[in-house]
Design a protein around this ligand. Structure first.
Ligand SMILES: Cc1ncc(COP(=O)(O)O)c(C=O)c1O
Length: 335
């Protein structure tokens, strides 16, 4: 995924060009930032104005910023990504000032493939970059997907940036795996993506019922695979305390900056980010999300010994031993 972003920055921009990206505190990926691939390309990086209440890019302010800066590239998408970004609204403005519109779909590629999230190319993006191992459940790797944009020359520059710019040979050992995953997504992708989103909403609701502060209540919590929880009231080290403790209990997720956190809080950020795509693929449904929420409550709110909770977590997990939405096992049966 990062190589894909590098290739686009190499191919379509020059050092000194301006870029608008999502700030890491607002959920943007580190490769978009001045200290990541964008900065290393020498781009002058600006960040989208963000509306904390909406948990999204502020469209009116963003439109003004695009007109004021006239960037070479604007980047949508991110790592903390519960709601679709306003590509439809802002891509035409970016095009007016001559900017490329890139959409980093690393996280949501499988939801896009399953037609359950936004449709970036049809909404105006020129290029999608993505990982092949998040909601798209394949072997690790990156992809760049684009519809025809600009002149043949510009496309040739992008192709040169990929090879020999950031890659030499491609990795044949996971080509077959990727192909098979793509075929499985054609067959099962819509159902898989639909269940992922149902499970994410169910987990968010169950966590809220257990007493957690879950982000996005008035917007249905999430429209993606992610559930975001603010644990800053539970401990001074917040996510930096909660994530390792849950790991001791066999529940692996990550601590995450929330929009109101400064970057310096990266080790003790306010939030937890939970993705339900793997739990969904081993056949879990909404009721299972309630069990998971309860395990999390036992550790973080009731302060039970995580090792004790781990026995129950392992017992619960042992029931899910098959990979569904696959040619091996087809669709999971709902009990
Ligand atoms: C939005 C976004 N872009 C790019 C990446 C990088 O992907 P990869 O880990 O495949 O290099 C990530 C992953 O962490 C991401 O969340």
């Amino acid at each position: 995924g990062t190589n894909a972003n590098q290739a686009v920055f190499f191919g379509l921009t020059q050092p000194g060009d301006k870029a608008i990206v999502l700030h890491t505190s607002h959920g943007g990926h580190i490769s978009h930032m001045p200290f990541g691939a964008a900065g290393m390309r020498g781009l002058e990086v600006h960040t989208w104005p963000f509306d904390n209440e909406e948990f999204n890019i502020d469209v009116d302010k963003a439109e003004k910023l695009i007109r004021e800066l006239e960037p070479k590239i604007v980047v949508f998408g991110g790592s903390l990504f519960p709601f679709p970004h306003p590509v439809k609204e802002l891509a035409p403005v970016a095009k007016e000032v001559g900017a490329y519109v890139m959409y980093d779909g690393a996280h949501v590629l499988g939801l896009i493939a399953g037609k359950q999230f936004q449709d970036p190319l049809r909404e105006g993006a020129d290029i999608i970059t993505a990982s092949t191992h998040k909601t798209f459940p394949g072997p690790q790797g990156g992809v760049i997907i684009y519809k025809r944009f600009g002149e043949t020359e510009e496309i040739a520059k992008l192709q040169w940036a990929i090879f020999p710019g950031v890659l030499s040979n491609h990795h044949l050992h996971h080509m077959a795996g990727k192909t098979l995953t793509a075929a499985e997504m054609l067959e099962y992708g819509e159902k898989y993506a639909r269940q992922i989103i149902k499970n994410a909403k169910a987990l968010a609701e169950a966590l809220a019922e257990e007493g957690f502060k879950v982000i996005g209540e008035d917007k249905g919590y999430t429209e993606s695979h992610q559930v975001i929880v603010d644990v800053s009231d539970l401990h001074p080290a917040a996510g930096g305390w909660a994530a390792p403790l849950l790991e001791e209990a066999g529940i692996i997720l990550n601590k995450n900056l929330l929009p109101w956190d400064p970057l310096e809080k990266v080790n003790e950020p306010s939030g937890l980010r939970i993705g339900v795509q793997e739990m969904t693929r081993v056949g879990m449904f909404e009721d299972d999300m309630k069990e998971i929420a309860h395990f999390m409550k036992r550790v973080l709110i009731d302060k039970e010994d995580p090792k004790k909770v781990r026995r129950d977590v392992y017992g619960f997990r042992a029931e899910f031993q098959k990979v569904y939405y696959s040619f091996d096992h087809g669709l999971p049966l709902k009990e």
